[in-house]
Write a protein of this length. Sequence first.
Length: 378
Amino acid sequence: MRSLWNGAISFGLVSIPVKLMNATENHGISFRQIHLTDGGRIRYRKVCEIDDEEVASAETGKAYEDVDGSMIPITDEDLASLPLHTAKTIEIVAFVPAEVIDPLQMEAAYYLCANGVPATKPYTLLREALNRSGKVALAKFALRGRERLGMLRVMGDVIAMHGLLWPDEIRSPEGVAPDGNVTVRDAELDLADALMNTLGDVDLDTLHDDFREAVEELVAAKAAGEAVPQPERPDEGGQVIDLLAALEKSVSAAKKERGGGGADGGAESERVADVHPIKGAGSRGSGGRSSSSPRSAASRTTPTGKRVTRSGTAAKKAEPKGGGAKKSTSTPAKATPAKGTAGKSTAAKGTAAKTGAKKAGAKKATARKSAAGGRGPG
């Protein structure tokens, strides 16, 4: 790796010669501007506003623009004469817990490499001291014409440095939070926790830039004169209306994507099924369960052709599809008879039984008379 800066770490009276190297690199695809008419590349030239002539890089300098628009020239000699003690020194000013550093302050990351054999021992000493303390070092350094704040931490066998923004460069979040008082229900928090637990951890090495890969395929296809690939676009979905239902669907989808979901996976799928009614008489329930599953074992078909499925203590009915007039097939609930009515109903049953017995006796008597007199009842 190419070094960006050579200097030394100032650790009290200990000086550690080091080289500064970029710890990150940008893999983004850059584009050029072209003239749409003929495809020619468009370039930017430095032109003086006074004489409209193009200026070479060797003839350019620095200036500070004042509030009235006037230019105040600043030379490299002017900057070199300033008392900038950190021009060639990474000056450690404190050792603090890592939690003190707000991630909002972090900028670019660098590796610090020991510059030469004499720097090996003090470099290792600082690295092990940071390791044993569990702290990070706050330092000041100068790079690209300005003084910066940095954080030194141990990364394996190397000391890494993160450039930090100065505290006054962090904007206040005033006015960013949502307006109004919003109440979050416990059920929504529980589902949010379930979704977080289902998604779980991730191996950062498995994450990659899908857009960059799609752009590379697009460029390769155009360069070869082939058809431009049309990748499937993910369903972005509509506006979320029911937050609870959206969370339930998210948990179910996450469990399905992560390979099913543990002991309570079935119960969670049933909760999602409650959100979406069953559409067909012979269709499967939510979550891909067939009619032989334990949950479907409670289903039955009524004499009128309706299929009734019970999930837990609640029963759901799915009406059969088809045209024609719809008949009401609902079974009226049996009313519990009142105390007075119960006695009357029992007496009515007894009277009906006696009347039947009398009719049967009369028929038998008539039959005997017919057999004895040779004629039927007249």
